[in-house]
Design a protein around this ligand. Structure first.
Ligand SMILES: [Zn+2]
Ligand SMILES: [Zn+2]
Length: 339
């Protein structure tokens, strides 16, 4: 095996196709840290005074985020949150236990909650109810919207100033292309790191891994020996079809011309820079049912809407959260839902 092309000393363990370099584990990790740090500094994602809430699913990207963040930036406090979806056969209890152990070794306390706790039903139960009523949103829609809401509520409760997600370059490139293909330019602008929604109760979300390839997070997690989720989500084949097709197409393009996704995202970051930040932060509205922030022009938030369609008329919308790390959590996370 050849030597690392950066340090010239240690054994190379990965071939980074977009740079053509063979790298050892240490230099590979340093390269990922450098890209994350560049994003964090360039867009002012996380500052030393921030209290950050890491959104941790328990997948490979979560472990990479936990692994590198302390070497990227030093916010004043770091907490984690993991939301159990409630999908049969998807062994989240066990995954979360391991995630918590690894996080604790890094001094990060992980708050665990679930869709069932917040909504009153598990993801599987919500999806089943919706299907019985002939409503055919992809399960990922219920999952994504619920998790996003819960993570924001938990972050707000613990006084976090930033939510940090572990989305990687592939995730972001897919979102960009899907928005583009739908002609959703507002959606496209929302993917830009300078896009900042503004409303009481919304904790800004940042993505330090947005320039790190998915194969890189998978390789780093594997090489560092992090526990990887063995079970697959039972809804994996019910993903929105457009996104699944875009994912496949981007894999093929990247395989043919390594570095393409990175170049597209770099070009878009610059091209959309002024547009994403012009007009100031996006002003969100307030849902007239639950009081949570909602997209401009909506009277009822997306979560209330899709839950009503699924026959969940009175979601609980509260969380019982532990006191942790000296931070005091209010028991009532969300404003009391009326009606
Ligand atoms: Zn090296
Ligand atoms: Zn609502």
């Amino acid at each position: 095996m050849r030597a690392c092309e950066v340090c010239g000393v240690r054994r190379a363990v990965v071939l980074q196709r977009h740079t053509g370099r063979a790298l050892c584990l240490e230099c590979f990790r340093e390269d990922i840290i450098a890209r994350a740090r560049r994003e964090v500094e360039r867009w002012g994602m996380i500052e030393p005074g921030d209290t950050v809430m890491l959104a941790l699913s328990g997948g490979k990207d979560s472990y990479v985020l936990l692994d590198i963040l302390p070497d990227v930036v030093k916010p004043s406090k770091v907490l984690g949150v993991s939301v159990i979806e409630g999908i049969p056969g998807y062994n989240r209890e066990e995954d979360v236990r391991r995630l918590r152990e690894v996080a604790r070794e890094r001094g990060v306390e992980v708050v665990v909650t679930s869709i069932r706790e917040y909504v009153g039903y598990s993801l599987y139960e919500v999806v089943s109810r919706a299907f019985k009523r002939g409503v055919r949103h992809a399960p990922c829609t219920y999952c994504g919207i619920s998790r996003r809401r819960i993570i924001n509520a938990v972050a707000r409760t613990y006084g976090a100033t930033k939510v940090v997600t572990a989305h990687n370059l592939d995730d972001e490139a897919q979102t960009v292309v899907v928005n583009f293909l739908r002609g959703d330019i507002a959606g496209l602008l929302k993917t830009h790191p300078l896009h900042r929604p503004k409303a009481p109760g919304v904790v800004p979300r940042v993505k330090p891994l947005r320039k790190v390839y998915e194969w890189e997070t998978a390789a780093l997690a594997h090489l560092k020996g992090y526990p990887l989720q063995e079970t697959e989500c039972m809804f994996i084949n019910m993903q929105p079809t457009l996104r699944a097709r875009v994912r496949q197409a981007l894999y093929e393009v990247e395989a043919e011309r390594p570095g393409t996704l990175l170049k597209i995202m770099e070009a878009l970051d610059e091209a959309l820079r002024d547009l994403a930040s012009s007009g100031g932060p996006e002003r969100l509205g307030v849902c007239e049912r639950c009081g949570e922030p909602t997209s401009p022009g909506r009277r009822v938030c997306k979560l209330c809407e899709i839950l009503e369609e699924a026959g969940v008329a009175r979601p609980i919308y509260t969380l019982r959260l532990p006191r942790t790390n000296g931070l005091i959590a209010e028991v009532e996370a969300a404003s009391e839902a009326e009606g």
